[in-house]
Write a protein that binds this ligand. Structure first.
Ligand SMILES: [Zn+2]
Length: 406
């Protein structure tokens, strides 16, 4: 989903750094590539091909939403859509930033082409001077992009389409300098739904980023994750005027996948959501498909009433300060929406530290009351239930695991 020929030599050069994010460079000794600062801030605002993205259309709205969501990063870089253009001047490397639907070559969903300048005579700095984003017109014409955040349309949740908003956020992060990375779940890796057709994944089931689903289980909202947030703040400086953003999600690191050019993606999967009382093994799952690895479905775990289980979720801080004591509530719901009548469960540790820099996967013991009636339940977690923390995005503060109580 991206590649910039000028940058291939710079991969794998930042292993000594603490953070996992991978960033483009002009050369092995240059600083990380970045847009120049103007009046203390950097910006990426490409011209928008008006034939590809007419104002008022679903694809235009989806693109606007993607840029807005990426702009809540904690750094001094802002993303917005620039003026409309009808002339692409034969696309890449015409001296202007542009976004359009075209042919991204071998890249399935989209491609970002970056052009850089390495100042060898003066400061040795590495500036971005152009970045174009080309989405796949064939996908659009075939109806394979989903413009909305409707969960049931997305391939990784059982639908058949690719999340345009997740792809657009991923590509735009490339346009700011980010490379793929393979050590933690984040927007520069891939979430997968595992469906394979004749031995191959359908492209709709392998999508960048991670998704929050919150108390309304009808949406799946892509978000940037703390690792990319750290990259933004290291490269573009922390912006103390931006808001915090903590999140909880079901995703875990599940290996890596090469992008074909030696730059691996992290793979993200919903797994090990419900563990046994000791926290040593995943509880047995109900297999509802002939394919036991059908990753498109929410796993349903078998849990005896009265038992202690561990809820095992990933916590992420993509804001600007460490959060030493975030409140958490756990609820038992009979449906997939968290509502005031759902049962609040006692949990062993009520607060949690969610630091910046890297996501943490934490098991929390929860007792399923012995009085629980047999049946299917959604076990919800909600972070910061009293809204003590002012956040840019409250839609990623909750997630769930599905259990069958017997
Ligand atoms: Zn990519």
């Amino acid at each position: 989903m991206l590649k910039q020929y000028a940058l291939l030599i710079v991969l794998f050069l930042i292993n000594s750094e603490v953070s996992a994010y991978d960033w483009g460079k002009c050369s092995s000794i240059s600083p990380r590539m970045h847009w120049p600062f103007l009046s203390g801030r950097a910006a990426y605002a490409p011209l928008v091909h008006s034939v590809s993205f007419p104002v008022g259309t679903p694809q235009r709205n989806a693109l606007e939403n993607s840029f807005s969501r990426l702009s809540v990063n904690p750094a001094k870089i802002d993303f917005s859509l620039g003026a409309p253009t009808t002339s692409l001047l034969d696309n890449a490397f015409n001296g202007k930033n542009e976004v359009w639907f075209g042919n991204p070559g071998n890249n399935i969903h989209a491609s970002t082409k970056r052009n850089t300048f390495y100042d060898i005579t003066n400061t040795g700095d590495c500036f971005l001077i152009e970045a174009d984003i080309i989405f796949n017109k064939a996908f659009k014409d075939n109806g394979e992009y989903e413009w909305s955040i409707a969960k049931n349309q997305l391939g990784i949740f059982g639908g058949a389409k690719a999340s345009f908003q997740a792809i657009a956020m991923h590509e735009t992060a490339h346009a700011a300098g980010a490379n793929h990375e393979h050590q933690t779940p984040n927007l520069m890796g891939l979430s997968h739904g595992g469906l394979r057709s004749a031995g191959k994944r359908n492209s709709a089931f392998l999508i960048p980023g991670q998704y929050s689903t919150d108390i309304n289980q009808k949406i799946a909202l892509p978000f940037i994750g703390c690792d990319l947030a750290k990259g933004f703040s290291d490269v573009y400086q922390l912006d103390m005027t931006k808001k915090e953003d903590i999140s909880v999600s079901p995703w875990k690191l599940d290996g890596q996948e090469n992008d074909g050019l030696g730059d691996p993606y992290s793979l993200h999967r919903r797994k090990q959501l419900v563990m046994n009382a000791a926290g040593t093994a995943e509880m047995p799952r109900i297999i509802t498909s002939a394919d036991p690895d059908d990753l498109r479905k929410d796993p349903v775990y078998k849990v005896p009433k009265g038992s202690t289980i561990n809820l095992n979720f990933m916590y992420d801080n993509a804001g600007r300060t460490n959060q030493p004591a975030v409140k958490r509530n756990f609820y038992l719901s009979t449906d997939d929406n968290l509502s005031p009548d759902d049962k609040l469960l006692p949990a062993a540790s009520a607060t949690l530290a969610i630091p910046l820099g890297a996501p943490t996967v934490i098991k929390t013991p929860v007792v399923i009351p012995a009085s629980t009636l047999a049946g299917k339940y959604w076990l919800f977690i909600k972070l910061d239930p009293n809204n003590d923390i002012t956040e840019s995005n409250n839609l990623n503060n909750a997630t769930y695991a599905v259990i069958q109580v017997s």
